[in-house]
Design a protein around this ligand. Structure first.
Ligand SMILES: C[S@@+](CC[C@H](N)C(=O)[O-])C[C@H]1O[C@@H](n2cnc3c(N)ncnc32)[C@H](O)[C@@H]1O
Length: 194
């Protein structure tokens, strides 16, 4: 799992450079801390899932945290629209359970079908919904809802609650908690699809 403030310098610089170049897509200048990663992984019931999707892995701190909690026969698709991040994941994480995919979260149906799955058991998102254009944010949320299996979970970590405004009409009420040992502090939202 990521060591929070002890991230490798090249990983921090890659994140910072891309955050400066794509502020609306990345929104934060620091990757998630180990405290936040642990809290997201603990909230996601990863040990009980086989087909997991991560949206917005960035430089992969969250990805490594999720892999460390998954069973040996579970699989994780990590989807990001940033080609530098996907190349970095491919170079730095050697785990046969992980499939990094360069694509947009709007295209989950195609991404999941390419893997031979019908649905995801759990979708975890770090995508900053509050800084995306409204139509894109809505399209991504519909894609998440449509591709989560009934009984499955959608977990999001966000500073603002725009994700709640988008997801609650589809999924119903979320369970939430705040993690303050992160910059900025993050709220974790957990929805169960009925
Ligand atoms: C705040 S970063 C999260 C990085 C990492 N998971 C962490 O917590 O440190 C948000 C990520 O969402 C990605 N992203 C933004 N829009 C996206 C989209 N439409 N589809 C997939 N990924 C997207 C960005 O490229 C970025 O890697």
């Amino acid at each position: 799992m990521s060591k929070g403030s002890k991230l490798p310098l090249n990983e921090s610089l890659l994140f910072l450079k891309n955050a400066a170049l794509n502020p609306k897509q990345i929104a934060y200048v620091f990757p998630s801390t180990r405290w936040l990663i642990r809290a997201i992984a603990d909230s996601s019931q990863l040990q009980s899932a086989k087909h997991i999707v991560e949206l917005g892995p960035g430089t992969g701190g969250t990805t490594k945290g999720f892999l460390s909690q998954m069973t040996e026969d579970a699989e994780l698709i990590a989807v990001d629209i940033n080609k530098d991040f996907i190349a970095y994941l491919k170079k730095t994480i050697s785990d046969k359970r992980l499939s990094p995919v360069l694509n947009g979260a709007q295209n989950l149906k195609e991404i999941i079908a390419n893997k031979g799955w019908d649905h995801a058991d759990i979708i975890i998102s770090g995508i900053p919904f509050s800084t995306l254009p409204k139509t894109v944010a809505k399209e991504i949320m519909q894609s998440i809802y449509d591709n989560t299996k009934p009984g499955g979970l959608f977990v999001a970590y966000q500073f603002r609650d725009r994700v709640g405004q988008l997801a609650t009409p589809l999924f119903g009420q979320a369970t939430t908690c705040w993690v303050f040992k992160n910059f900025p502090p993050m709220q974790i939202f957990i929805w169960k699809k009925s």
